[in-house]
Design a protein around this ligand. Structure first.
Ligand code: ADP
Length: 195
């Protein structure tokens, strides 16, 4: 009888808990995201993302800056991957960078938008976030992937970046602070408007 009474109370409690309405927290994930203007190689975050090419062996733009700042050990570690497909991501150590890890992701080349560029760019953000989360990172910084020599329109790219990161944070509940590190003031303004 005592057990029955105990169970009834527990069940009662469970029902009470269940009857609470879902508490929506609009904007919670947005508060985990911020945009700054600066050089990504200087950031003290757990992981910085490199807008790499599919060879993963270094290039120009932000890729060149990251390899220069990290030192020659970075390209040595990258060799083990034997390249990486567009939209996928690979993690290495940060070597001489203040960041502990570098996540390398080749963005899509813009060809007018009809060749799945949007999905591929979203994959870059999602796969980078997933790697960071699995690694236990608490903070990650992204450059404006594909908006340099790969010619993705910066306003469209910023939309993909913010939406994909917001959805990821909401869906996974990841405890991850996201910084969009813009090189130009124009990019910073795009992100500020969206955030
Ligand atoms: P992609 O080949 O993906 O287009 P780029 O390196 O050409 O890559 O350009 C991507 C973005 O990175 C551009 O917005 C560019 O201005 C920016 N960028 C270049 N150097 C840095 C840096 N040191 N820190 C942050 N962003 C940078």
């Amino acid at each position: 009888e005592e057990l029955d009474e105990f169970n009834r109370r527990i069940v009662g409690r469970i029902e009470v808990v269940r009857s609470f309405p879902e508490v929506a927290c609009p904007g919670k994930s947005v508060r985990r995201m911020k945009a700054i203007q600066g050089d990504i190689t200087r950031l003290q975050v757990d992981a910085i993302v490199n807008a790499a090419n599919t060879s993963l062996l270094g290039g120009g733009g932000v890729d060149g800056a990251i390899h220069r700042a990290a030192g020659p050990e970075l390209v040595e570690e990258c060799r083990k991957f034997r390249g990486c497909k567009t939209g996928e991501a690979r993690l290495t150590q940060g070597y001489r960078l203040p960041a502990r890890w570098v996540i390398h992701t080749p963005g899509p080349v813009w060809n007018g938008g009809g060749l799945h560029e949007r999905e591929k760019l979203a994959s870059c953000y999602r796969n980078s976030l997933r790697l960071a989360m699995d690694q236990g990172a608490g903070s990650i910084a992204f450059p404006c992937i594909s908006t340099g020599v790969y010619r993705y329109p910066p306003d469209l790219a910023a939309q993909v970046a913010v939406e994909t990161c917001r959805d990821f944070l909401e869906e996974t509940g990841a405890d991850l602070a996201v910084t969009f590190c813009c090189f130009s003031k124009a990019d910073l303004e795009l992100y500020q408007k969206l955030l």
